[in-house]
Design a protein around this ligand. Sequence first.
Ligand code: BGC
Length: 406
Amino acid sequence: MSTFPTDFLWGAATAGHQIEGNNVNSDWWTREQTSPGMALSLDACDSYHRYREDIALLAGVGLNAYRFSLEWSRIEPLQGHFSNAELAHYRRVIECCFEHGVTPVVTMQHFTAPQWFADRGGWSADGAAELFAAYVDRASSILDGVEWVVTMNEPNMQAAIMTAMRRMAESGGGWQSPTVDDRTDEERQRSSREFLAYADPEIGRMFVGIHHAARTVLKAKTSAKVGWTIAAQALTAAPGGEQKLAEMRYGKEDVFWEGSRGDDWVGVQAYSSQQVDAQGLVPHPIAPDNTLVGTAYRPDALAMAVRHAHEVTRGVPIMITENGIATADDEQRIRYTAEALAGLAETMNDGITVHGYLHWSLLDNFEWGHWEPTFGLIAVDRETFVRTPKPSLAWLGAVATNQGLS
Ligand code: BGC
């Protein structure tokens, strides 16, 4: 039996652009239309209008936390012009959580930015930190009573994307989705040594500065506990790969864990694990239980990631802000999550502080250019938006209610 503390947060996570629909002022809206082969987000899950139903379904099975993101491009559709109506909308989402006894975990930025921000050069342009801090300052006005705030989601994936885009621009290529593309499983395995495996540490240091500036604003304006969330890769060294592992992991991960020292908490997001040899990432074998995004079935990745985060952050308290599996087989989702939670309980028994577990994702949603990889505890009809909970939703609710799993 694995048991968890009585005040443990149990819930699920989403992100604005992946569920809301019609985020017409965001850079991703443009990217979808200009990248061949990429599906459009369009209405997404229509959660902009149906958030009450989503939160009620989550609370109805006994979950007590919901992570969602504010969409910067809605709140500041034109530089310096803030929408009071959109701020009021997000305040209603927060209030809806409170009404259901659900603790909101609010992300200020989850992969998307306003198109105007992208047009002026994005994160690496002069003044980017100040512009993000100005948005965070304005949005902090709706965070009364919110205890957990994330400045940015996976800045390390954003850094890897920037690094990959630079490389592709140099070689004349185009954009590819961060998590999945149109190649066959075998083709993806072969090129996985390259794709998004690296991030320039300079870009990482720039993001640390942006995060710290946003953190300063949030600490001054709210009483929230502030952190950011990092994509943990749970990399291990194959024989002879130790040096390459350290080098790859520094730019893609450790510079960000180091950047969270001094934060109130850090979000760990883990899905799978992979080996590194002297050349780089070792393609893992094609296996029947590989996920719909081509990664290996590795529920042990979560505990590996938590131990690594604990070590490099030097003990910053942790929350699992994403963990899940892209699968059409809900039995496999339950099996994966049970194994991941058992490993998580062991890390906590060893003395690591973990405040909660938020499954990715509440809904089958827009997976950055694709609809096929289904991560949700709830299926969503793409035409009618009717929500159909999968058995895994009630299963996770029961784990929450029992404060553990046998
Ligand atoms: C991101 C999510 C994404 C998930 C599954 C994370 O990298 O934060 O937006 O959908 O992984 O790929």
